[in-house]
Design a protein around this ligand. Sequence first.
Ligand SMILES: CC(C)(COP(=O)(O)OP(=O)(O)OC[C@H]1O[C@@H](n2cnc3c(N)ncnc32)[C@H](O)[C@@H]1OP(=O)(O)O)[C@@H](O)C(=O)NCCC(=O)NCCS
Length: 156
Amino acid sequence: MAELQTLSDTAQVVIDPVAEADLAWIEALDAQITGRPKPDYWRRLFEGARSEPGRSFFLVARNGSGRVGFIAGEIRAWEFGSEPCGWIFAIGVDPDNRLRSVGTQLFDAVCDRFRQAGVTKVRTMIAREAQLILSFFRAHGMMAGPFVELEKDLDE
Ligand SMILES: CC(C)(COP(=O)(O)OP(=O)(O)OC[C@H]1O[C@@H](n2cnc3c(N)ncnc32)[C@H](O)[C@@H]1OP(=O)(O)O)[C@@H](O)C(=O)NCCC(=O)NCCS
């Protein structure tokens, strides 16, 4: 009979703003998760967080052995009539360090920064079929909001 996997304890991590030296690791983890390397995107997030530290947040989590996860988000105001709120754009935890609350600690860290900046709501957008990330955000109390995403192919 297969053994039930016992979830291990909470990982002790330190969470800091991403440094330039972290970018290659983040790019590689994201490419592993999504299958699509996008170094320019991560560099733009890094530059944005560096130039607007009270509005744009790009954080990395480390344990005693090294980097284990990252999260990126920023405060956006009045787009589409939405009051200022925090948006989470990306989160990733190293597969060997999952289910030990690293993602939760990153989520809490970025939400703390949003709160300190004065906003009271956090949003994200994810693909419907992305069950893992959906379960994660739902576990943190995130629910469908009042906005609807609309789209159209531009070659029509
Ligand atoms: C989603 C992700 C960030 C979670 O990180 P994590 O450190 O493992 O998460 P946590 O240990 O903090 O889990 C918190 C809660 O999320 C939910 N969750 C996390 N992983 C889950 C899984 N594999 N299945 C179901 N629920 C899960 C659970 O409710 C969990 O709480 P519990 O352990 O008390 O049940 C991580 O799995 C990951 O990086 N996935 C890929 C993310 C991705 O696709 N990114 C690209 C788009 S931005």
